[in-house]
Design a protein around this ligand. Structure first.
Ligand code: NDP
Length: 329
């Protein structure tokens, strides 16, 4: 039987506008990079999607290559959507991306028109959808003219296969140039997806001011540094955790950050938050941020993360203490 969504689902989570566009996103969205592939526990994946929707988390973020194997996260998400939420497509924002290696040969990677448009068609087939809400260029391609990559995004929007165009991992200069082209071609960039967390603050230097100036929203990925900014690794590396798989998150990285993480624990506690809640709130404190994009392997992680939205303001003293805790040396 299809899922019956909670009638009060729009009471719990606040929404914010993507830059100067009409599109609103929940202040916390759900990322499907991990935990939705064919090797994962798909019972928990389904519970995650349904619980998220019941709590007002209307935005699910995918990419062509999420899995493993690549493509399986889209296929699994599509199955959940059609089995449980088929009547609610108009209440859901689905994003996907193309830009990293997806299939062999010269047309399955980077930023050509050939790759982006073929990949979007494949994503739509895997999810059994007529359109996605947001289509991203997943990374800039140094060997393809920016006009060509942006032209592909514009074509995706004009053809109705995507509603909005977006960028990920573009630097400030590339973003400004791409935003100008997209605006001129009639499919303005609504959203940018960079990495941003307490341990990686690079975007504060240049990207955030560009996004504010251009009226583009921002949805940072890996806000918990893949789980490092949480209590996941206080007592070592648990079985089933991302670091235990040692693929995208190495155990050395966890260990290297542990002294800083321990200092951050005390600061979170003093705010009445867990470290993961403080880390998410810290990202959301920036006015340029539309939504924060954590992943979750369990429903309880998702529920705990949503509690971060209750306090996203920081005193100057709290911010200074966080800066000091992560300062090198
Ligand atoms: P996070 O930094 O939020 O890491 C998520 C992981 O942290 C979870 O899988 C879980 O690890 C752990 N975690 C989450 N909540 C808690 C909690 N409350 N307590 C303890 N541990 C917790 O984000 P991701 O790195 O997963 O990235 C999020 C999303 O961003 C992706 O799903 C994807 O949509 C997008 N993304 C985009 C990229 C791009 O290039 N545009 C690149 C990377 C991600 P565990 O599984 O061990 O339980």
């Amino acid at each position: 039987m299809p899922h019956l969504p909670a009638p009060d689902r729009y009471q719990a989570t606040p929404y914010a506008r993507c830059g100067r566009s009409g599109l609103q996103l929940p202040r916390l969205s759900l990322g499907l990079w991990h935990n939705f592939g064919d090797r994962d526990n798909l019972i928990e994946s389904r519970r995650l999607v349904l619980r998220a929707f019941d709590l007002g988390v209307t935005h699910f973020d995918l990419a062509n290559n999420y899995g493993p194997p690549p493509g399986s996260a889209e296929a699994n998400f599509g199955k959940i959507l059609h089995a449980d939420l088929a009547d609610y497509r108009d209440e859901i924002i689905i994003s996907t991306k193309a830009g990293y290696t997806m299939w062999p040969g010269p047309y399955g990677d980077w930023g050509s028109r050939k790759y982006l448009l073929a990949s979007l068609d494949q994503s739509l087939r895997r999810m059994n959808l007529e359109y996605v809400d947001i289509f991203y260029s997943h990374r800039p391609d140094p060997n393809t003219p920016l006009e060509e990559t942006m032209g592909a995004l514009v074509h995706a929007v004009r053809s109705g296969k995507a509603l909005y165009a977006a960028l990920s991992n573009y630097n400030p200069e590339q973003t400004a140039a791409a935003a100008r082209m997209l605006r001129e071609m009639g499919a303005p960039c609504v959203l940018h997806q960079p990495r941003y967390n307490i341990l990686d603050r690079k975007i504060e230097q240049g990207l955030l001011p560009v996004l504010e100036r251009e009226g583009i929203g921002c949805i940072p990925f890996s806000p918990l540094a893949q789980g490092v900014l949480s209590d996941r690794y206080v007592k070592g590396i648990p079985a089933g955790s991302r670091a235990a798989r040692n693929e995208f998150l190495k155990s050395e990285t966890v260990e290297r950050h542990l002294p800083k993480v321990k200092k951050l624990f005390g600061l979170a506690q003093a705010r009445g938050q867990t470290l993961s809640q403080m880390a998410l709130a810290w990202v959301l404190r920036q006015p340029a941020i539309t939504s924060v994009l954590p992943g979750a392997s369990t429903v309880s992680q998702l529920e705990a993360n949503l509690q971060a939205l209750k306090n996203t303001t920081f005193s100057p003293a709290e911010l200074a203490a966080i800066d000091a805790a992560v300062a090198e040396g």
